[in-house]
Structure formats: C-alpha cells, structure tokens
Ligand binder design. Structure first.
Ligand code: FES
Length: 128
C-alpha cells in the first residue's frame, strides 16, 4: 500500500547546528593594541592564532599592511624597512613589497598577506 512522503520526511532525525565559540580560519584575530602599533609603527606577533604576523602602519591608516614575516626562501623573519617601504630578509637579502610580492631574490614566492584593521583598541587580522 501507499505511504505519503510527508510522513517519511517528518520522521527523519533533525540535525541541530550548534553555535560554537571556537575560532575558525576566517575569523578576525587580535594581534595587539592600536597603542602598541602607534608606538613603533609595527607589531610582530610571532604566535598569533593565525600564525606569525607582522603588521605595519599606524591606527590612522585605513589600509594597514600585514604579512606573515616568515621568509619564503628559508624561513628567516623579514624586517620592515619604513623608508624603503619594503620587507627585507636579513639572511640572504630577499626583499618583498607591501603586497608581499618578491622584489628581490633569492626568494621566488611572495609572503603570505593578511587583511588588517583597527577594531576598538585592537589591531585585528584575517587570512586573505
Ligand atoms: Fe630569507 Fe634566505 S631566508 S632570503
């Protein structure tokens, strides 16, 4: 005999999506305070929830620059050179622009970049 579809559907278990407070890769993560950023023009957060992050700029910048400062050549930590507006690696001389792109080798792949902004008193970043 015949069973109506409606009765089958209503007997299926219902999955309930639970809200989680755990962070995910797409979340904004605080890496420091705007006061810290303004003091030196940069924040180096080596153990942030999204990995190593170097943010440069001031809290007045609409577009902050943020990269993973791990050199793509052999893993040294690059340093920000404010006058030249680039990241330079102390190990073998690679240089990267504010967009993370290689300007000078031996590195051949860009630095990973992050979106960065000021939120309240915090500097927050998110993988791009
Ligand atoms: Fe940066 Fe070699 S590790 S240039």
């Amino acid at each position: 005999y015949w069973v109506g579809l409606g009765s089958i559907a209503s007997s299926l278990p219902v999955a309930i999506a639970a809200c989680s407070s755990q962070t995910t890769a797409g979340d904004w993560q605080a890496v420091g305070t705007s006061a810290e950023l303004d003091k030196t023009g940069q924040i180096l957060a080596k153990n942030s929830p999204v990995g190593p992050v170097l943010v440069v700029g001031t809290s007045k910048n609409v577009n902050l620059t943020a990269v993973n400062p791990t050199c793509s050549h052999a893993g040294c930590t690059v340093a920000w050179q404010a006058e030249a507006k680039k990241f330079a690696c102390p190990c073998h001389g690679s240089e990267f622009g504010v967009d993370g792109k290689v300007q000078r080798g031996p590195a051949t792949t860009p630095l990973k970049t992050y979106a960065a902004k000021i939120e309240g008193d915090s500097v927050v970043v998110k993988p791009t």
